[in-house]
Design a protein around this ligand. Structure first.
Ligand code: C2O
Ligand code: CU
Length: 590
């Protein structure tokens, strides 16, 4: 296998992803970071220098399983010590399978600061994607959302106590490959000549008071920022071909919908796994997910909009736009109004899409015997006047010694709360339709702030049922995309209300379920999944919504730690905190 070497310098950069200048975290002076491309089986080696002198740094390779290299997973306080300002650390891992992936910062809220990029692993003769011969070309779309308030302010607001608590709100802009259209007026001021004004009226009829049109009117030249740095990305395509459009979402908050004007999409890949192909008009994508869709350029040769809009939350964010342009098109710009994406609150439609995802023939099947079942209730709670998310009444707070280092040096008892196990279930009297304070006294558990873990022995087959519930506010339950590190898992099924094992287990698909690394938990419902603990490491399993994780919505799985000594953990990855004391015995006090 080939080694793909990269050298990255991570630094603060001034950038204008939506034509409004901000400080962002860039790689080699750019945002988004460079695309990594490799073939399945290649070794990827990324030498990362942290040139930010005021914060540590780690980079997570989302969707890469890190088989045998848990120290390269890039999760601060979990798999490694943050790379300090001025230091260099080299990640080395195998691109274990073909698929559409991405990478991102995994320390504090660095992902939301713009630290991310695409990671594409191509199929090979040994690991061939079953639809490999069905397309002529590839297009790549990395989706994200963007806030004008910087992440330090966002984090401080989320950490605030009492009236100082502040939610991040909705993002200002959605980005496609790092570009979005917020408000052209600012761009015009900087560069009056290049922003070719378009008439608002051509896109919004007089009297149209829709949110989209209001947003368009607010800007001076239409929402398209033509001729500027944040003008829509253009995908050039030849007529009469089939393209594989890769779509990944690394949004901080938003669930998205992607619609390509005038074209059907055939879904073939989800999170690096082949799915049984199905055709749709548009796709939903949650943060942490990726898809490949096949798109046939069989329409009239012109330019078409690709429109990306918010799902699941009342949008205050205009759609992001890109252009699919036939090489034979006479015009640069699509003639029509950008297509609307489905209504944000149509959950039924989202479920319909999600339930269509089935395993393609040939997908590895799950083992049939289960060793351990874990029910995970997610609730939102007040803890000492802070708002937190909790799993079985435990809200995650990370230790200052990375778990992997703690286990490697045998200092877990001083590094974190290793004596208490994370709970496998919750009080079954909990009423998921009611907010926490309206629960019966027996179900009113106190929320613990803790860094405890789930210890899972090597080889264990684990079933997890994620159970959603009402948040703090009555009548509110949100969707959460859950992502597991170090693994793909089988998605066994979804359901409404409270999961009842005797009733619901037999309805699950345990014979040929699809594999993924991220799965959505719908409001007031549950999602069941299965994985095999065959990859020793300490893995995060969490909601991929950045502010939710920040508020503790995640758990830690310490897997196969009895086999950790078989692995070659580089000392520089885990030598900090309590691990330092264990590794460098201090001279006895005299
Ligand atoms: Cu892409 Cu732990 O996340
Ligand atoms: Cu969440």
């Amino acid at each position: 296998p080939t080694t793909r070497r990269f050298k990255w310098d991570v630094e603060y950069i001034m950038w204008a992803p939506d034509c409004q200048q901000s400080v962002m975290i860039g790689i080699n002076g750019k945002f988004p970071g460079p695309t990594i491309e490799a073939n399945a089986g290649d070794l990827i080696s990324v030498e990362v220098t942290n040139s930010m002198h005021t914060e540590g740094l780690v980079i997570h390779w989302h969707g890469i399983r890190q088989i045998g290299t848990p120290w390269a997973d890039g999760t601060a306080a979990i798999s490694q010590c943050p790379i300090n300002g001025g230091e260099t650390f080299t990640y080395e891992f195998v691109a274990d399978k073909p698929g559409t992936f991405f990478y991102h910062g995994h320390y504090g809220m660095q992902r939301a600061a713009g630290l991310y990029g695409s990671l594409i692993v191509n199929g090979t003769d040994q690991q061939k994607e079953p639809y490999a011969d069905e397309y002529d070309g590839e297009l790549n779309m990395l989706l994200s959302d963007w806030y004008h308030e910087n992440v330090y302010a966002q984090a401080a607001g989320l950490d605030g106590k009492g009236k100082h608590w502040e939610w991040v709100g909705e993002p200002q802009t959605l980005l496609i490959n790092g570009r979005g259209q917020f408000d052209c007026s600012l761009a015009i001021e900087r560069d009056r000549k290049t922003c070719d004004r378009r008439k608002t009226d051509a896109y919004c009829k007089e009297g149209d008071k829709s949110e989209r049109c209001e947003l368009i009117r607010r800007s001076e030249c239409g929402p398209f920022c033509e001729g500027t740095q944040c003008a829509p990305v253009v995908f050039d395509v030849e007529p009469g071909k089939t393209y594989r459009l890769r779509i990944a979402s690394t949004t901080s908050l938003s669930a998205l919908n992607v619609h390509v004007e005038g074209h059907k999409l055939t879904v073939v890949e989800a999170d690096g796994n082949s799915v049984a192909p199905f055709e749709v008009d548009d796709i939903d994508i949650y943060s942490g997910e990726s898809y490949s869709v096949l798109l046939k350029t069989d329409q009239r040769p012109q330019a078409y909009w690709i429109s990306v809009g918010v799902r699941g939350r009342k949008p205050k964010t205009p759609n992001a736009l890109a252009i699919l342009k036939y090489t034979t098109s006479k015009s640069e710009w699509p003639a029509a109004v950008p297509p609307a994406t489905p209504a944000w609150d149509n959950v039924t439609r989202s479920k319909e899409f999600t339930y269509k995802i089935k395993a393609r023939e040939g997908t590895p099947r799950p083992p049939t015997t289960v060793d351990r079942r874990i029910l995970m209730l997610n609730t939102q709670n007040y803890v000492d006047e802070h708002i937190k998310w909790a799993i079985n009444h435990v809200t995650l707070s990370l230790p200052n010694t990375p778990y992997l280092g703690a286990y490697f040096y045998g200092v877990e008892s001083v590094a974190f709360d290793a004596a208490t196990e994370s709970p496998d279930t919750f009080d079954r009297g909990y009423d998921i339709k009611k907010p926490p304070e309206a629960q019966a006294p027996a179900a009113q558990a106190e929320t613990a702030v803790s860094n405890r873990v789930y210890k899972v022995a090597n080889g264990t087959v684990v079933d997890v049922v994620l159970q959603n519930a009402n948040a703090l506010e009555a009548g509110v339950s949100e969707s959460h995309p859950w992502h597991l590190h170090g693994h793909d898992f089988w998605v066994l099924g979804y359901g409404e209300g409270m999961y009842e094992h005797d009733r619901d287990f037999k309805k699950l698909d345990v014979t040929s379920p699809p594999l993924r690394n991220t799965v959505v938990l719908f409001p007031n419902g549950w999602t069941a999944l299965r994985f095999v603990a065959d990859n020793p490491g300490v893995w995060a399993f969490h909601c991929h919504i950045e502010p939710h994780l920040h508020l503790g919505m995640g758990v830690i799985i310490a897997e196969g730690m009895e086999r950790l000594h078989e692995l070659n953990v580089p000392k520089e990855a885990v030598m900090c905190g309590q691990a330092t004391r264990a590794a460098v015995p201090l001279a006895p006090a005299t």
